[in-house]
Design a protein around this ligand. Structure first.
Ligand code: PLP
Length: 282
């Protein structure tokens, strides 16, 4: 298969990185994960815009226009004959002698992208998944899609060790987001999810869901909610590019609702699949 390295499509196994790349040494970079359904990129524009925002927020200047980047990704998907899967793309501040401060001279950022086949998580989408709770120990710029993921990694590992799909993070009493997802709860017919500020990543899937809800008259309240509210929720679900609209049927060993994906979650799942079909014809 092929990968993009600094604007060129090359054989993936020919893609070599310098040991002083700042992404490798410091996690000094940002990334995106984009879903491909039916050979087409879902919410591509939104991902490109977030990518640009992330680069700006860390002072990396993208050496490509959005149109150039778009054509590169299109070419990558085509060359790799990807039908159902993901694109992973990241940019780092580039290669320079190790020093925390930005490099002095004009160092070119390193851009990498590759694809991977990935099915939709059909079984889990049907049955729902279990989650645990964990304190959010991350920094206060969670809105940047940073390569620095140690907090997220430790949270996810804890979930896996407890036989769970995801770890729901909270800062004190307030639920923030999952280790690699946004968290939603439903109470009395209202969908509640943390506002998109510096405490969480502004998920593309989250925003698609909020748009679908408002278009279909499902009331939404974008605000932080507490662990107590979560424990008393009628329905809980998570969202991400990879996991889509995933019902949560257990939080920290406690069953949500009657232990089955709830009606509003099901409705949003249906709306989401329609949106995929609309955009990608899948
Ligand atoms: N929050 C975090 C910490 C994530 O890593 C992700 C993505 O994997 C999300 C939320 C969901 O974002 P998106 O819907 O754009 O994939």
């Amino acid at each position: 298969t092929f990968a993009i390295l600094n604007g060129k499509l090359i054989e993936r196994n020919q893609a070599k990185m310098d040991i002083e790349d700042r992404g490798y040494q410091f996690g000094d970079g940002v990334y995106e994960v984009i879903r491909v359904y039916n050979g087409k990129m879902f919410t591509l524009q939104e991902h490109l815009e977030r990518f640009e925002r992330s680069t700006k927020s860390i002072g990396v200047s993208l050496p490509y226009t959005m149109d150039q980047l778009k054509s590169l990704l299109l070419e990558l998907v085509e060359k790799n004959n990807l039908r159902l899967g993901i694109i992973y793309m990241q940019i780092t501040r580039g290669v320079a002698p190790r020093n925390h401060a930005f490099p002095e001279e004009n160092v070119e950022p390193t851009l990498v992208a590759y694809t991977r086949e990935m099915p939709r998580p059909k079984d889990e989408l049907q049955t729902g998944v279990k989650t645990i709770l964990t304190e959010d120990i991350r920094w206060l710029r969670c809105d940047i899609k940073s390569l620095n993921l140690l907090g997220n990694i430790l949270a996810k590992q804890k979930a896996v060790e407890h036989g769970c799909f995801e770890a729901i993070q909270h800062r004190g009493q307030n639920v923030t987001e999952g280790s690699s997802s946004n968290i939603f709860m439903v109470k009395n017919g209202i969908v509640i999810t943390h506002e998109s500020n510096h405490m969480i990543l502004k998920g593309i899937t989250k925003d698609v869901i909020l748009g679908l809800c408002s278009a279909s008259g499902i009331p939404v309240n974008e605000r932080a909610f507490t662990l107590k509210e979560l424990a008393e929720a009628d329905e809980v679900f998570l969202s991400s590019t990879v996991a889509e609209v995933m019902p949560i049927i257990e939080v920290e060993g406690k069953v949500v609702g009657n232990g089955e994906p709830g009606p509003i979650t099901r409705k949003i799942q249906e709306l989401f699949v329609n949106e995929i079909e609309k955009q990608c014809g899948a």
